[in-house]
Ligand binder design. Sequence first.
Ligand code: CP
Ligand code: NVA
Length: 322
Amino acid sequence: MDLMNYQAKAPFTQKHLLTLQDWSEDEIYQCLSHALKLKAMQKSGQKQSCLSGKTLAMIFAKSSTRTRVSFEVGTSQLGGSALFLSTADIQLGRGEPISDTAQVLSRMVDGIMIRTFKQSDLEALAKYGSIPIINGLTDEFHPCQVLADLMTIYEKKGMLKGLKLAFVGDGNNMAHSLMLGCSKLGLDVAIASPDGYKPNPVYTAWAVANAEKHGSKVTICTDPLEACKDADVLYTDVWASMGQEGEAEVRKKAFAGYQINADCLAVAKKDCIFLHCLPAHRGEEVTAEVIDGAHSVIFDEAENRLHAQKGVMALLMGNGGF
Ligand code: CP
Ligand code: NVA
């Protein structure tokens, strides 16, 4: 499939990006196609201006390197500007209601990217505000990361449907969004997690239903090597996510053995690629040998956060143009 020249089957009608489950396969492809085009334009020095005169508010209740920089740089490359708002500084962090925050920001800016804990806070922003809301990570989902991941897989493999992605580790926000994104585009996805840390069964059921519709498979298992067998893409994430720092020691024990290492590479496809959303802990969820080795494409993946999110903003805030 030539994703760069993808022909939309229907107009893009989404107002927000709260979770990939809300977007159709066609809408995800439209976004990836925009991202690939915007990347090519940026590399060849072509100016883009679809966010000219527009402002993105970026609310952060958790730390970030990639999400903050890529949204800020992406907005500026599209001709707009971005405001960094830490909840440590704005009134939201002191208890001002989400509903009031949504209505005030809707009078001043053209979109909100938010990284926070509860998915319900994003739903409230979308309900009470009148501007696009973009999920920059919650405890439940990380859709922007998965758009960048799918873009990277496409660039490296030249295809998406029919590939197998294996995720080893915590059934967390990354596992959830990978399951949803992959199942919507017809990639097989296998998640290996210890008991007690498996993905939320509600989101697993969504992914299974997506996979049935798109001719792929979702496997939830306990054995990392079972998940990695014949995989085209190996993926992992930290054992303790932001907000779980107090559980770090317990989790270190629970996740011992849930590591992408040479044994995983040995059972995966010979030409498999390794992805990680980053930040990574070498020696825990992945060995240095793998993350810094020949199969790893983590920095291409990190760069694609920029291009994928420019695609998201062009569609949601820039009327779909460039
Ligand atoms: N992968 C990711 O979202 O990175 P940051 O936490 O640095 O934004
Ligand atoms: N699961 C990690 C992802 C970081 C990008 C976290 O939520 O901290």
